[in-house]
Design a protein around this ligand. Structure first.
Ligand code: TXA
Ligand code: MG
Length: 316
């Protein structure tokens, strides 16, 4: 527990300067990125990073992504392999996280890597994230700003309802427009997809000129955060539903008469942007049983289906 009151900061120069000051003092600040809100701490400060795990109630085997203001800074922390260079040039700043061999003198807390000899790095494409990172000037460890096992936040209000009172501040930068987390590719050896996300896999394959190996097996995750029930609203979810039974709340997609609809027009980009917000809404409505329309398996549909499968997975 960091503090009893969570400050809401504006996204102007004053707000981002205050946020950078809190990070410098070893505090916890949530800030918007183009994917979801992150919960940031100085990645070099063990106590600060431990604060992230504490605030989230996150299992300690789950390593964190380091966020940097500029792509040129990454070589201070990791070895850039040739495929990683190609991907960074094509997609940074943006919704891509690269896992790379960590440099011995990276100076990053072991809690960030959870003991692995690789490090996940990302340069976000969001003016407020960039302003906070640039004002701070160092590496910021930031998982999604939700309590562990709960839905990722896409608005400052989601952060406050999940972590209010447990973190120092939230910089309010409005809605996240991508709405799902970054795509994670490990370039430690041959490129491997660890998590589907905001950048479509096809775009990554086109950039690399080869098919991407996949390693998303939830039973043997090499992205240890990929536990099956990670994205879970309170209600029980039934996927690929073509109707809702009387006791169910329908989360629709396309031209169906649902209580909430990810995209009535059947647009996957809009559905991705709405996904976590609507899962939060279902929680707020107290929905106990949720029927979800089928989502097509192409483009961002892979990431959406991946999130829904995890949300629907059996849990204790
Ligand atoms: O879009 C995003 O990526 C957001 C925003 C805030 O940047 N962050 C995010 O972080 O989704 P988080 O902590 O919720 O998910 C990070 C994932 C986890 O599944 C973790 O296991 C994996 O990245 N990861 C981190 N470091 C890793 C490493 N060295 N090797 C393999 N997987 C790693
Ligand atoms: Mg997360």
């Amino acid at each position: 527990m960091k503090s009893s009151k969570t400050k809401i900061l504006g996204s102007d120069d004053i707000g981002t300067a205050v946020a950078a000051g809190i990070l410098r003092d070893g505090g916890l600040v949530s800030f918007p990125t183009e994917t979801v809100y992150g919960l940031g701490a100085d990645a070099r400060n063990d106590t600060a990073v431990a604060g992230i795990y504490a605030a989230k109630g996150r299992p300690s085997f789950n390593p964190l992504i380091v966020h940097l203001a500029d792509a040129e800074k990454v070589t201070d922390y990791v070895e850039m392999t040739p495929p990683a260079q190609k991907l960074a040039a094509a997609f940074w700043p943006g919704a891509l996280t690269l896992v790379l061999p960590i440099k011995p003198d990276a100076g990053v807390s072991k809690l960030v890597t959870a003991g692995l000899n690789s490090l996940a790095v990302r340069v976000p494409d969001h003016p407020v994230a960039h302003a906070v990172l640039a004002a701070f000037g160092g590496p910021v460890a930031a998982p999604s700003a939700n309590p562990s096992g709960r839905i990722s936040p896409t608005q400052a209000g989601h952060v406050v309802s999940g972590l209010g009172g447990r973190i120092d501040a939230v910089v309010d930068g409005g809605d996240c427009n991508v709405g799902v987390e970054s795509t994670i590719v490990s370039c430690v050896d041959q490129p491997v997809l660890l998590r589907a996300g905001g950048i479509p896999v096809t775009a990554i394959e086109a950039c690399l000129g080869l098919p991407l190996r996949r390693d998303e097996n939830p039973d043997a995750p090499s992205a240890p955060g990929q536990i099956a029930s990670h994205y879970a609203p309170q209600g029980k979810m039934r996927l690929n539903a073509s109707y809702a039974a009387p006791h169910e709340t329908w989360l629709g997609f396309g031209a169906v008469d649902a209580v909430l609809n990810l995209s009535p027009a059947g647009d996957l980009t809009i559905a991705a942007a709405n996904l976590f917000g609507m899962l939060h809404e279902l929680d707020a409505m107290g929905a106990k049983h949720i029927a979800v329309s089928p989502i097509p398996h192409h483009g961002l549909g892979h990431a959406i289906n991946d999130r829904l499968r995890r949300a629907a997975a059996p849990r204790d």
